[in-house]
Design a protein around this ligand. Structure first.
Ligand code: PLP
Length: 383
């Protein structure tokens, strides 16, 4: 990136091999449901060690499929973190269920999973912990309720991450793990999503939901019905991803480790340069023997909302792309006004929100870009 000019907060890295893979896919007879969908699914499953992977048209669609597969429906409650993208809990609403927010752990900024386990009632059908920023959420405290609820990890930020050597999305993790392949995320298929699971029945439901609930498997034709016969067994959607998108996704998957390494190197550089800066605190680090996915590098500006606002505006004036991830979901008017979700039940999320700023972080950033962002940040912080 050019020094001094506008710097985005995120940007995809598409190389010639990615372009060639897409062009090749476009010349094939099947550009939607061809061989590349299954090929990407196999490659991702192999990468994280999962038994099944089901690719979707977006991360949100994958989360919706997961909520369906978990049996989430009217009258049910779904517990999640307020510090996430609204899609994590919108999928509960799509299924007619009620989202419920449990506070974050201030030491990780992830859902406090011990508090979430303690909050489970007989109505709770699923818990959606988010591996926010790419720091793998600690799922162990949820073991106590695993027989009663389905754990759906929103790992939109965490592809390529692991916790104590256990890959996010692999065995020993959530019942279903969802990734996003949006261009702002670590690898992209333009739009796209993935759901992984060890469970055969959950995988069957994930596949069924992706294509209208229609199948030719496990069907019951009458004597005069032949090979054309199909059944719609559930109410699903058209959430299919295309072969063209999967060509890009699989090509990007080959670069996953390079991307995550580069993101971690950039984050380490930020930490080094910001170590003595006492007007901010630095983001939480994962436990030893774990790997951060590093989708985001979030700093926390001290001293309250006015300081965060002036710092954010200072960065913007200097051409540094920054964002706030996220406005707590219960503050969004749809949740607050229409659902009456309480505003102040999550003091840790509130404290986090009023200081948070995401700095630019993407593999194409140079070391000079980091120096420049740090200089602009220091100039933008309150004196
Ligand atoms: C990006 C994102 C999603 C949704 O993914 P899409 O592919 O954009 O639909 C869900 N949850 C979180 C935390 C995200 O960051």
């Amino acid at each position: 990136m050019t020094s001094g000019g506008p710097l985005p907060y995120a940007r995809q890295d598409i190389d010639d091999a990615d372009v060639a893979a897409v062009v090749e896919a476009l010349r094939d007879p099947f550009i939607t449901q061809g061989p590349r969908v299954a090929s990407l699914e196999r490659a991702v499953a192999e990468r994280v060690g999962a038994k099944h992977c089901v690719a979707y048209s977006s991360g949100t669609a994958a989360l919706h499929g997961a909520a369906f597969a978990a049996g989430v429906g009217p009258g049910d409650e779904v517990i999640s973190s307020p510090i996430t993208f609204a899609a994590s809990t919108n999928v509960a609403l799509y299924q007619g269920a009620s989202p419920r927010f449990v506070d974050i752990d201030p030491a990780t900024w992830n859902l406090d999973t011990a508090a979430a386990a303690a909050a489970v009632t007989e109505r709770t059908r699923a818990i959606v912990p988010v591996s926010f920023t790419g720091l793998p959420v600690d799922l162990a405290p949820l073991d106590a309720v695993r027989d009663r609820v389905t754990v759906i990890e929103d790992a939109a930020h965490a592809i390529g991450a692991h916790r104590h050597g256990r890959p996010v999305g692999g065995p020993g993790g959530a019942d279903i793990t969802c990734f996003s392949l949006h261009p702002a995320k670590t690898i992209t298929s333009a739009e796209g999503g993935l759901a992984t699971t060890e469970d055969d029945e959950l995988a069957r439901l994930l596949r069924l939901f992706r294509t209208h609930g229609i199948t030719k498997e496990g069907i019951h034709p009458s004597p005069d019905e032949g090979a054309w016969y199909y059944e719609m067994q559930e109410l699903g959607f058209n959430y299919r991803i295309t072969d063209v998108m999967c060509a890009l996704g699989e090509s990007q998957l080959r670069r996953l480790d390079d991307f995550v390494d580069r993101r971690n190197a950039l984050a380490a550089r930020y930490r080094e340069l910001l170590a003595g800066e006492d007007r901010i605190s630095l983001p939480p680090e994962p436990p030893a023997d774990s790997r951060h996915g590093r989708h985001l590098f979030v700093i926390h500006v001290k001293g309250g909302g006015a300081n965060r606002r002036s710092t954010f505006e200072g960065l913007q004036e200097r051409g540094v792309g920054c964002q706030v991830h996220y406005v707590p979901v219960y503050r969004l008017p749809y949740y607050r006004d229409r659902l009456g979700v309480p505003q102040d039940a999550c003091p840790n999320a509130e404290d986090y929100y009023w200081g948070a700023i995401s700095l630019p972080l993407f593999p194409l950033m140079t070391d000079d870009d980091v120096l420049r962002v740090v200089a602009d940040l220091k100039d933008s912080l309150p004196a």
